[in-house]
Design a binder for this molecule. Structure first.
Ligand SMILES: [Zn+2]
Length: 446
C-alpha cells in the first residue's frame, strides 16, 4: 500500500524534474497579483452539488460510486465540457478535464480533489477542492488568462475509502502504489459482496482515460482542502499553505475464538473474541495518550450474528497517528504487543495486518512556495493531520495544498463549515498558485 516518506517523495521529485531545486520566492507571476475568482458562483456550486446526497440533515452522504456520486460526476462532466475542456474518465473512475495552454508540449498543471464523502460527511471536505479547480478554469477563461502549461482539473475516485477500502483508491494507482485490478477489487466496508470495480461499472464510470503518471504526466498538483483542524482559526487567517503532513498507519486485527451458547457456556474457559477486542481497543486509547499521538478504531465487526452466541470472530480496524515517524512505528509495535497479550489472556488466535502506512513528510518546497506567495497576508503555514490525494501525486510530481479555515475544526460531520469568503480566498489562492508555478516552469526552462 501507500508507503511514503519525505526522502522517498523527494527522490521522485528529483527524478521527475531532473533539475536542482532552488528557491523561487523572488519570482512573481504578474497575473497572480490581481487574480480573484467569482466567490458567489463557487458558493452556489458548493450548495448545488451538496444536494446529491443520501439522507443527511445539513450534511452530505455521497459514498464512492453510489447514485449520488454518479449525479455529481455527470454534473462536473457537463460543466467542464461547457468550458471546452478535453474530458476523460479512467479505469478507476477518475475524471480529468484538460484545458490547453500556450505550449501544449508541457505536462499540465493539475488541480484536484474528490467528490466522494464519508457516511456522515459535510459539504466541504473534498467537493470544495474540485469546485475550486472548476472555478479557477471558469475565471481564467472569463478573464482571458492563458497559462503556458495546459491545466487539468481532476476528481479523484474514492479518496475517503469510506465505502470501499483502501482510501486514495485511484490516486495510488496513478502514483504506481497500487493497480487498477487491486483498486477494482477494493471490498465493501459493510461486508457486502460489492466491490469498487463492480459499482463503478454499474454507474458507467469505468473509462479508457489515463491511469498512471507515466500515461499522463503532470507538471505539478495543487489541492484546495478544508483544514479539518483549528490552526487557521486560532491565527485569524482564512487560508494557509500546507507544508507537510503527520504520519498515519492503518491496521486490521482479527481475533479468532470459539463458538458457544451465550447463556449456558461456563464463564471460565470461554474464548470470547469480543471481550478480547474490547480490552485491545481500550489499550489503543491509552497508547495514544501515552505516546502523545492519536488512535482511532474506525470499524468493528463481530460474529456470529444472533442473540445467543459467544462471539467467535471479531475484526478491529484502527489507525494510529503521530508527527514523529519513529514514534508512529513504535505505536504500531506496542499495539501488536497488546493484541498478543489479550489473545493470551482469552486463549485466542489473531491475524495482524498493516494495510496502509504513511510516514510524516513535507510537500515540495517549490510548490509550497507558490502557494505561500499566493496566500500572502491572508495565510499562514500549516500541516495536515490526515491523508489526501496530494500525498499520492507527491510521489510523482511537485505537489502542494491550500487550506481553507474550518469552523471549530469540525470535519466528517454535517456541521462541517467554511465561510463563503474563506472558500473564495481558497479558490483565488489556487489560481494564483497555478500562475506562480507556471511562471516557475518558465524560469526553470531558461
Ligand atoms: Zn478530503
Amino acid at each position: 500500500m501507500l508507503l511514503a516518506s519525505s526522502k522517498h517523495a523527494f527522490a521522485g521529485l528529483v527524478s521527475q524534474t531532473g533539475k536542482r531545486c532552488f528557491s523561487v520566492s523572488k519570482l512573481y507571476a504578474s497575473q497572480a497579483t490581481s487574480f480573484a475568482v467569482n466567490g458567489e458562483r463557487l458558493w452556489n456550486d458548493i450548495h448545488h452539488t451538496a444536494k446529491w446526497s443520501g439522507p443527511s440533515p445539513g450534511g452530505v452522504t455521497r459514498l464512492c460510486a453510489d447514485e449520488n456520486d454518479k449525479m455529481v460526476r455527470d454534473w462536473f462532466r457537463d460543466q467542464v465540457l461547457a468550458l471546452g475542456a478535453e474530458y476523460k474518465v479512467n479505469a478507476t473512475g477518475t475524471q480529468f478535464a484538460k484545458i490547453d495552454g500556450t505550449d501544449n508540449s508541457l505536462p499540465p498543471i493539475a488541480m484536484g480533489s474528490h467528490f466522494d464523502t464519508v457516511a456522515t460527511g459535510g459539504k466541504f471536505d473534498g467537493a470544495l477542492g474540485v469546485l475550486c479547480a472548476l472555478e479557477v478554469l471558469r475565471s481564467f477563461k472569463e478573464q482571458n488568462i492563458k497559462t503556458r502549461a495546459p491545466l487539468v482539473a481532476i476528481n479523484w475516485t474514492n479518496e475517503e475509502g469510506s465505502r470501499f477500502f483502501p482510501p486514495l483508491g485511484s490516486s495510488t494507482v496513478y502514483a504506481g502504489q497500487s493497480t487498477i485490478e487491486a483498486a477494482h477489487a477494493s471490498t465493501s466496508n459493510d461486508g457486502s459482496p460489492l466491490t469498487m470495480g463492480s459499482e463503478l461499472t454499474r454507474i458507467g464510470y469505468v473509462g479508457d482515460g489515463p491511469n498512471t503518471f507515466e500515461e499522463f504526466p503532470i507538471s505539478a498538483h495543487f489541492e484546495v482542502h478544508v483544514e479539518q483542524s483549528t490552526d487557521l482559526e486560532k491565527a485569524g487567517k482564512s487560508i494557509g499553505w500546507v507544508q507537510g503532513w503527520e504520519g498515519m498507519t492503518w491496521y486490521e486485527a482479527v481475533f479468532h475464538g470459539q463458538n458457544g451458547h451465550a447463556n449456558t457456556y461456563p464463564m471460565h474457559g470461554r474464548r470470547d473474541t469480543l471481550q478480547g477486542a474490547a480490552k485491545f481497543m481500550t489499550s489503543l486509547e491509552t497508547l495514544a495518550y501515552h505516546m502523545g499521538g492519536r488512535s482511532t478504531v474506525t470499524s468493528l465487526q463481530s460474529g456470529p450474528i444472533g442473540s445467543c452466541n459467544i462471539q467467535s470472530k471479531t475484526k478491529v480496524v484502527f489507525c494510529v497517528m503521530h508527527k514523529d515517524g519513529d514514534s508512529l512505528l513504535k505505536m504500531g509495535e506496542q499495539a501488536q504487543q497488546s493484541a498478543k497479550a489479550v489473545s493470551a489472556l482469552h486463549n485466542l488466535e489473531h491475524d495482524w495486518k498493516r494495510t496502509l502506512h504513511l510516514l510524516p513528510g513535507d510537500f515540495t518546497p517549490e510548490a509550497v512556495d507558490c502557494v505561500a506567495r499566493a496566500c500572502g497576508d491572508k495565510g499562514i503555514g500549516s500541516r495536515t493531520l490526515t491523508g489526501h490525494d496530494s500525498l499520492s501525486t507527491l510521489l510523482k510530481a511537485p505537489t502542494a495544498m491550500v487550506f481553507v479555515r474550518s469552523k471549530d475544526g469540525i470535519s466528517h460531520a454535517p456541521e462541517e463549515w467554511s465561510d463563503k469568503e474563506d472558500c473564495a480566498d481558497g479558490a483565488s489562492a489556487l489560481g494564483k498558485s497555478v500562475l506562480n508555478f507556471d511562471d516557475y516552469l518558465e524560469h526553470q526552462s531558461k
